[in-house]
Every structure is written in structure tokens, then in C-alpha cells.
Design a protein around this ligand. Structure first.
Ligand code: 13P
Length: 250
């Protein structure tokens, strides 16, 4: 059966000193016998020092992005095996900030998911509609397209190493969380898409996380929904206390 996962996406926050001390505080407060899989995704320059602080803690390391080529003249990009070599086992792919600010396409996302799997990195595939798309009742059309593209070329046996994160763009960093009902409905829909692409057993083994203004105050009711298997946490993951409370809620 699928696992509960709580991931901290630090985005472009922290510096070397605050990143390592945040990792140490989370490590100290984390209960190793927890049944929740926990990972931290610091900014790229801090992957190695944060990874060192997490060694033996049971907390995994994830990248916020990757490029899909093995190597080459791609200034500024990071290859999957580079991430593996510094200890990453997860990589966030297709975050809405990458899609909207940096113009990442569904094609890029698909290539990155495939590259991640080829290099034994578990992709956390982000999907979600904008406010305008929700108002125009396009939510399910958008989710359908994003999921179909991201899983294109992914075999059933590989699909369960993928994690999906439903992050409605209008809820990210806005303090405007989706209600548990709205989130559950979207998660259910995503699960059904995975059932139709693969089968029930496979879909039941893929963790679907919710992201968008998850806080200690709302985590519990979100995680109580049957198809919400944890969270991808932005702002609240920068406070060890808030992040640890959210892990407890999962
Ligand atoms: P916030 O939790 O800050 O809304 O960010 C969510 C997110 O984008 C995580 O990837």
C-alpha cells in the first residue's frame, strides 16, 4: 500500500548557515520510528551539506528540479546523476513555479520524469490548475493533460516509484488553502486517471500529496481525506516546529 509522505520544499530560501541549522533542528525533532516518509528539498548549493546533516536520520534528500540530459553544454543545468551523487533520492518535477515563471512545458516535465526514473530518483510530479482555469471549470481538463503527459512512457512497474503532488496554483503561498473537500475531489480524480492508465492496484500504490498553504492548523483535516497521502510543504517547511507538527499530522 502507498506510503504517507511529507516533503519540505525550501524553494529559493535559506543560506548555508540557516539551511544546515534548519536540517539539524528537523533531524533532532524527527521521530525515527515514524511511519511517514520525510524528505527535504533545499536549494541546490546546499544539497550536500544538508545531506550530510541528514545522514542516518531516516530523512531523505530531494532536489527541486533537474535536467533530463546526462551531461553536456547546458550551462546552469543539473543532471540526474549529479543529484544522485550528492545523495538525492527524490526530485521535484514540474512545480508550477517552474511551469509559469520558467516556461517549463508538459514535454519538459515528461522528459524529466523519465530521466529521474532512469537514474533511480523518485520524481514528485506537480500538477494543478491556476485560479483562472478553476473559474473557467477547466480544472479536470488541465489535470488530465498534465497527468497524461507526465506519465507518458512510464511503465506500470515504474509508476509506483512516482509521487504526484496536487498543488492548485491559487493556493500556493497565498494562505488560501483548498478545502479538504476540494482537494479530496481533485486527488480522487487523479487516482482515477491512474487507474485508467494502469490499474487499481498500481494507482492505489502511488502517493498523492497535497500542496498549497499547508500549515500546522490545517494539515490534519487535509491528511484525513482518503486520497490525500501527505503534503508538499513550502513556507511552513522553513520552520522546524511547523514542519515537525505537519509530519505528526500525517
Ligand atoms: P506553500 O506551502 O508556501 O503554499 O508552497 C506550496 C508549494 O509550492 C510546495 O511546493
Amino acid at each position: 500500500m502507498r506510503r504517507r509522505i511529507v516533503a519540505g520544499n525550501w524553494k529559493m530560501y535559506t543560506d548555508l548557515a540557516s539551511a544546515t541549522s534548519l536540517a539539524e533542528m528537523i533531524r533532532e525533532g524527527f521521530n525515527q520510528s515514524s511511519s511517514v516518509d520525510v524528505l527535504l528539498c533545499p536549494p541546490t548549493p546546499f544539497l550536500l551539506p544538508v545531506g550530510e546533516r541528514l545522514e542516518g536520520s531516516g530523512i531523505a534528500l530531494g532536489a527541486q528540479n533537474l535536467y533530463y540530459k546526462k551531461e553536456g553544454a547546458f550551462t546552469g543545468e543539473i543532471a540526474p546523476q549529479m543529484l544522485r551523487s550528492v545523495g538525492c533520492t527524490y526530485a521535484i518535477v514540474g512545480h508550477s513555479e517552474r511551469r509559469t515563471i520558467f516556461g517549463e512545458s508538459d514535454y519538459d516535465v515528461k522528459m524529466k520524469v523519465n530521466a529521474a526514473i532512469d537514474h533511480k530518483l523518485r520524481p514528485i510530479i506537480c500538477v494543478g490548475e491556476t485560479e483562472g482555469e478553476r473559474e473557467e471549470e477547466m480544472t479536470y481538463k488541465v489535470l488530465n493533460r498534465q497527468i497524461r503527459e507526465a506519465f507518458d512512457g512510464i511503465f506500470k512497474e515504474e509508476a509506483t516509484s512516482c509521487v504526484v503532488a496536487y498543488e492548485p496554483v491559487w493556493a500556493i503561498g497565498t494562505g488560501k488553502t483548498a478545502t479538504p473537500e476540494i482537494a479530496q475531489e481533485a486527488h480522487r480524480f487523479i487516482r482515477e486517471l491512474l487507474v485508467s492508465k494502469y490499474d487499481q492496484v498500481t494507482a492505489d500504490n502511488i502517493s498523492i500529496l497535497y500542496g498549497g498553504s499547508v500549515k500546522p492548523t490545517n494539515a490534519q483535516e487535509l491528511f484525513a481525506q482518503p486520497d490525500i497521502d501527505g503534503g508538499l510543504i513550502g513556507g511552513a517547511s522553513l520552520s522546524s516546529q511547523d514542519f515537525l507538527t505537519i509530519i505528526d499530522a500525517a
